[in-house]
Design a binder for this molecule. Structure first.
Ligand code: ACO
Length: 329
């Protein structure tokens, strides 16, 4: 499996820390020093998550030089689809990728890595040749904008990669590890409302709808700085790769302090740590492909570069992958 294309799309509206201070009791200094975030993007009235996902997917396909009909799989990693039945088929139709099976996959902020690994299985077992993996989220739809402990963190966006089947010697997914622990899931939730209405005498039904994001920031922070280094270390050891041989560390963009703590643990210098959360905040499943697309476009990530990536978030779920960026073949 080779990574041959990347793309991204972000909403037009941007919201900086000072503007957020007009809504909740917060300020730029607090947010910047605790998180590294300066601004985030918010989907507005003329945009949709499906639209952003389509744009990101289109850019990745165009970099790869693919005709839409040649795509056989489209995976949309998201926790916030426009349609709970799945938004991937709408993206497939908009792309004109009529031969692609398409479905959504949910693993919160780890969703992109989980989807990448899932798509790789189809390409490696020979059943498909081309797959588009999109990570996209609109958490601003589900944030409690009056909760300053969580609303300052999140933003919207989409990123995508184009994956092509290759021989095993040229496989760009050198290794991966995925983990889940539902027993610790209560520190970050976007739960259904418990709202039961009478249906007929003796029977009630639950009305659909979600409560805003509930987060215990300290617990999530501790989880990330404990589990991410551990899973990366396991992956590097199994694949006999030393941290100094990595070209890039590409972590889920949740908090600059988490990025710094993980980089320190492996003595990876700052210039090898990819970070754009100052501009976008935490865009959940989108952060990794959004960051990758930016670094490929500005020429930082080059063909043959070795990238260690890790996603982590609600579930709890976390994962890591060692990838070699190929670029258009
Ligand atoms: N502005 C100003 N003050 C604030 C704000 C704010 N936005 N938020 C909290 N405070 C105050 C608190 O009220 C508290 O004040 P007090 O001491 O008077 O009570 C003080 O700042 C410290 O609050 P803490 O919650 O202890 O702050 P902490 O240092 O833990 O930082 C943060 C909070 C940034 C949320 C941190 O815990 C964090 O980054 N956690 C990880 C969160 C995360 O990454 N979540 C997403 C995971 S990915 C996914 O799946 C979606």
């Amino acid at each position: 499996m080779a990574l041959v294309g990347s793309g991204s799309a972000t909403p037009n509206q941007s919201l900086n820390n000072d503007q957020l201070g007009q809504r909740v009791d917060t300020n730029d200094d607090w947010i910047r020093t605790r998180t590294g975030i300066r601004s985030r993007r918010v989907i507005g009235p003329n945009e949709t998550l499906t639209g952003l996902s389509h744009s990101a997917g289109l850019s990745a396909m165009s970099m790869a030089g693919w005709e839409p009909e040649s795509v056989e799989l489209i995976l949309l990693a998201t926790s916030t689809p426009d349609d709970l039945f799945g938004s991937a088929p709408q993206i497939q139709a908009k792309l004109g990728a009529f031969n692609a099976a398409s479905f959504d996959l949910t693993a919160a902020c780890s969703g992109f890595l989980f989807a990448l690994v899932t798509a790789a299985q189809f390409l490696r077992n020979g059943s498909m040749k081309r797959a588009l993996v999109i990570g996209a989220d609109q958490l601003t739809r589900w944030v409690d904008w009056d909760d300053r402990r969580s609303c300052v963190l999140f933003g919207d966006g989409a990123g995508a990669v184009a994956l092509e089947a290759t021989s095993s010697e040229k496989d760009g997914l050198l290794g991966f590890k995925l983990k889940s622990d539902g027993s610790r899931g209560d520190c970050l939730n976007l739960p259904q409302v418990q709202d039961y209405l009478p249906l007929v005498p003796g029977t009630s039904h639950q009305r659909g709808g979600f409560s805003p994001i509930q987060m215990n920031g300290k617990e999530v922070y501790k989880f990330a700085v404990r589990e991410v280094p551990e899973i990366l270390e396991e992956l590097l050891q199994v694949n006999e790769i030393l941290p100094e041989n990595l070209d890039w560390l590409l972590l889920h963009q949740a908090n600059q302090r988490i990025l710094d703590a993980v980089a320190d643990r492996f003595a990876i210098p700052q210039h090898k740590v990819l970070s754009n959360l100052a501009m976008y905040g935490n865009t959940s499943a989108a952060t990794i492909p959004l960051m990758l697309a930016e670094a490929v476009n500005d020429g930082r990530v080059k063909s043959g570069d070795l990238i260690a990536s890790s996603g982590f978030g609600a579930g709890l779920s976390w994962g890591a992958a060692l990838m070699r960026w190929q670029g258009p073949i």
